[in-house]
Design a protein around this ligand. Structure first.
Ligand code: AMP
Length: 449
């Protein structure tokens, strides 16, 4: 998962990066870092926790000198949770330094690792991002941009990247465009960010997305675009379902609009006859539930209240903590649910933990019936490109049929949107999306089910 940002040419670069990271906090809450360049060296500040925690002291931002900044919100899907893996990663290179921030997961790294170690590479972190730096350092190309291109052409998998090398900023997106990355402008400042909500916060103008397979180099006298590889868009559809913020525009469409459409199509595909109310699991399924109610006779209601002051359920590493956190996070409203035929609309079921607990909580309020409708098809396979899904054994839809999941959740009915319905909710054709978590068909990798 993760969020990335790049600020090029602003006296307040570190503050702008900090503000963007605030807007991208939903993309990773485990750690955060900012690196800047001031004409002679790279300054970095990073740590575990939220942006507000790591940068609670303004002095930290003031120490980040320079007009060029890159930043990263971490949500580890590769490498340990240790602080050496908090990005931007900074390496010495000849008489300079290079800093890199990465969103996505690289795949099939073993042959590259073997090759690099044979040549004497010493890995400093357990992050996949470091491979790019080693490939860069070993490249025979003569220019910085040539070396980075050379490195990127050797790796497989998902990457949206920002790199800082002296006063050069280099951004890149893999040929599939798995993860989003946009370009904005604020007067003479160029901004790169995972999602457009970061541009909105700064009042910057959205210019365009970095294209799949494109690398862009900015330095004081040029902006140059390079082709890493032929584009072959396969965006992560889960960015629309769950991960991105609804107010962002990614892959050419607003997330909010797509989520409403998911709800509408779900209502048409999987109606609930005679339902009284539709409720969401706030906040992630709010818009999908709203769309669902607009295409059904049941009215949209708020039946669950969320406490906003705790992290996402997945952040807690042990099962017991995850169970408890569902209770801390939600409570149900008796006056809304009592005696009603309720449709709960959620964006996805991963392990099934959240819904199991929520159904119990809702059942306590004595509704007439409980029906569940899900805005994504059953998640049956792990994601190797950076979405945080657990192993097959932990994915409930990998282990059980839909009817068994319904039984496990103890509800009157359970239905999911189809893969076609989900794709029809977007404005792009089916072959522009990666749907490996539903189908098991992975791109560009040995792993296929
Ligand atoms: P569970 O079924 O209890 O494992 O959690 C499902 C809920 O977690 C969904 O309703 C989403 O809101 C949220 N979710 C979905 N995908 C992810 C993910 N990759 N990482 C973290 N949370 C997720």
């Amino acid at each position: 998962m993760c969020g990335i940002v790049g600020i090029y040419n602003n006296e307040e670069a570190s503050t702008l990066a900090y503000q963007c990271l605030y807007a991208l906090q939903h993309r990773g809450q485990e750690g955060v870092g900012i690196s800047t360049y001031n004409g002679s060296k790279i300054y970095s500040e990073k740590g575990h926790g939220l942006v507000s925690e790591v940068f609670s002291n303004r002095k930290k931002l003031q120490k980040l000198h320079g007009k060029f900044a890159i930043g990263h919100n971490r949500y580890s899907t590769h490498g340990e949770k240790s602080s050496i893996n908090i990005q931007p990663l900074v390496f010495n290179y000849k008489d300079s330094q290079i800093a890199i921030a990465h969103n996505g997961n690289l795949v099939d790294l073993d042959p590259i690792k073997h090759r690099l170690e044979e040549k004497g590479a010493l890995f400093q972190t357990t992050s996949d991002t470091e491979y790019i730096i080693h490939l860069f350092a070993h490249s025979k190309e003569s220019t910085i941009e040539g070396k980075i291109l050379d490195a990127l052409r050797q790796v497989k998998g998902a990457y949206s990247l920002v790199i800082l090398f002296n006063d050069k900023m280099i951004v890149a997106r893999d040929k599939y465009g798995f993860r989003p990355l946009c370009i904005g402008r604020l007067n003479d400042t160029v901004i790169f960010a995972s999602e457009t909500c970061a541009l909105d916060l700064l009042g910057a103008e959205y210019e365009r997305d970095v294209d799949p397979g494109e690398m862009i180099l900015l330095d004081t006298n040029q902006v140059k675009s390079y082709k890493i590889d032929d584009p072959q868009p396969r965006h992560c559809i889960f960015e629309y379902v769950y991960f991105s913020r609804p107010d962002s525009r990614i892959f050419g469409e607003y997330v909010d609009k797509t989520r409403r459409k998911i709800g509408k199509i779900l209502a048409l595909e999987k109606p609930v006859e005679g339902a009284d109310i539709v409720i969401s699991v706030p906040d992630s399924s709010n818009t999908i539930a709203l769309g669902y109610s607009q295409r059904s006779d049941a009215r949209f209601e708020i039946g669950l209240i969320r406490n906003h002051y705790i992290g996402r359920t997945f952040i807690h590493p042990t099962q017991e903590m995850r169970d408890l956190s569902v209770k801390i996070k939600f409570n149900s409203i008796g006056g809304v649910l009592n005696q009603q035929k309720v449709v709960i609309v959620d964006d996805s079921i991963v392990r099934g933990t959240t819904l199991k607990k929520l159904v119990r909580m809702i059942r306590d309020k004595k509704p007439a019936e409980i029906h569940i409708r899900i805005g994504s098809p059953p998640v049956k396979y792990p994601c190797i490109y950076g979405m945080d899904f657990p192993s097959e054994e932990e994915l409930i839809a990998n282990q059980r049929e839909v009817a068994q999941i319904r039984e496990y959740l103890e509800v009157d009915s359970l239905e999911y949107i189809t893969v076609k319905g989900l794709i029809d909710s977007t404005s792009l054709p089916a072959d522009h999306f990666c749907t490996a978590c539903f189908t098991g068909k992975y791109l560009d990798s040995e792993e296929n089910y």
